[in-house]
Design a protein around this ligand. Structure first.
Ligand code: PMP
Length: 403
């Protein structure tokens, strides 16, 4: 085989489809966020970031940065080992306790990312609970899909947020047959939210475990900010809550929270937990400071929700076609990969606005979009500039406006 040719051809096909990924080379600025520096072709320009998953700007807060710097100075740069072999630092222990308390669960377990948390937990449960069938929402994140796949457990993919379809599929199995339902609360590309109460009731009726990904919800929903399960009053009925520390918490890392023995089981059998170096203590310290802050600052969540609502209203008034979203995520439909990339390039190069195009396979072909995520730090003036720029680019490219 001509390997060089193979790689070059595949990449050029991607470019032809407009689906080739180009990363913006950014330097986020403490004190100026959501403004950042953009490095491109040897030049540096100022941009406003409108697609950040540091949803609340916690990664830029003095509080979190201070905790990380202090922990680095006190305990060093890295953890020094896997959790089992000298890599459990006191900050990991404190953070796991804090996360368990946040979700009102017995225990929590840290992973190096949300991706690893999903993959490892589903692989471990699916691979080790005899005869377990996994019921997975068709729009679940790739990390869950890979976890289910690698577990080799039989699976049923149910229609997105469709409790009747889930019920029908579970009813094929006797009540005592082991089952697990894997789903998300906030779906990050459309910004819709799962009917948690209905899914949990359905799962219970069939005696199934529930696994909920709250990656796009922790920090942002519920009075204490622990997610949509808290907001909807169902957290106590969910067996495993999974989330990231890389988005609203502002740092990096993932975790699960649940009953003591279930978490201990994953700790004891989960390869993606056991065989890898643990997070730097500074990361655990930063996340700890962030979670403690988030628990007590509903004002930040309210401000965030106000910003998202205002942005949706502003786009709607300007006839920019947004996909209806009940969350903080504001997806603007383009519907074509090349146009989506062009729009993103023009916004960046001509208007200093950075919104990354979202293309297939992340979303279905024909639904390519710009996924805009406001933070509490985006001002009215930032929004004026954003909406005016979208209108100019939409007009120039002749992209379909809202009716
Ligand atoms: N679950 C969902 C729904 C996600 O969107 C993501 C990442 N974007 C992850 C899990 C993985 O989390 P992390 O970025 O911490 O690996």
């Amino acid at each position: 085989m001509d390997y060089d040719r193979f790689f070059a051809d595949r990449l050029s096909a991607l470019r032809g489809e407009g689906a080739y990924r180009v990363f913006a080379d950014l330097e986020r600025q403490v004190g100026a966020f959501p403004k950042a520096r953009n490095y491109r072709d040897g030049k540096v320009s100022d941009v406003t970031i409108w697609c950040n998953n540091d949803y609340l700007g916690m990664g830029m807060s003095d509080h979190v940065i201070g905790a990380m710097c202090e922990a680095t100075k006190a305990t060093g740069a890295g953890a020094g080992g896997t959790r089992n072999i000298s890599g459990t630092n006191h900050y990991h222990v404190l953070l796991e306790q804090e996360l368990a308390d946040w979700h009102n669960k017995d225990s929590a377990l840290l992973f190096t990312s949300g991706y690893v948390a999903n993959m490892t937990t589903l692989m471990t449960l699916g691979g080790r609970i005899p005869d377990l069938v996994i019921f997975s929402d068709e729009k679940n994140h790739n990390s869950m899909i890979e976890g289910v796949r690698h577990s080799r457990a039989p699976k049923e993919i149910f229609k997105h947020n469709d409790v009747e379809d889930l019920d029908r599929r579970m009813a094929k199995y006797p009540k005592e047959h082991p089952k697990l339902v894997a789903f998300e609360s906030v779906y990050s590309m459309d910004g819709d939210i799962a009917p948690l109460r209905e899914i949990v009731d359905c799962a219970k009726a069939h005696n199934a475990l529930t696994f909920l990904d709250e990656v796009h919800a922790v920090g942002m929903y519920g009075e204490r900010g622990s997610g949509v399960a808290e907001r909807d009053g169902v957290a106590d009925e969910i067996d495993i809550i999974q989330a990231t520390m890389g988005k609203a918490i502002g740092v990096i890392g993932g975790y699960i929270a649940g009953k003591a023995d279930l978490i201990d089981f994953v700790r004891s059998f989960g390869n993606g937990f056991i065989f890898t170096t643990s997070l730097p203590p500074s990361v655990a310290s930063g996340a700890l400071a962030s979670v403690r802050y988030l628990k007590d600052h509903n004002d930040l969540r309210l401000r965030h929700q106000e910003r998202a609502a205002t942005l949706k209203r502003r786009f709607t008034e300007a006839n920019i076609p947004i996909i209806p979203s009940v969350s903080h995520i504001v997806p603007v439909l383009v519907g074509d990969a090349k146009l989506c990339k062009q729009a993103s390039d023009m916004l960046l190069n001509d208007h200093g606005i950075y919104v990354q195009p979202i293309n297939y396979p992340t979303v279905a072909r024909g639904t390519e979009r710009l996924r805009v995520t406001p933070t509490p730090l985006h001002t009215d003036a930032d929004m004026d500039h954003l909406v005016d720029s979208f209108m100019e680019v939409w007009g120039r490219l002749g992209i379909q406006m809202a009716a």
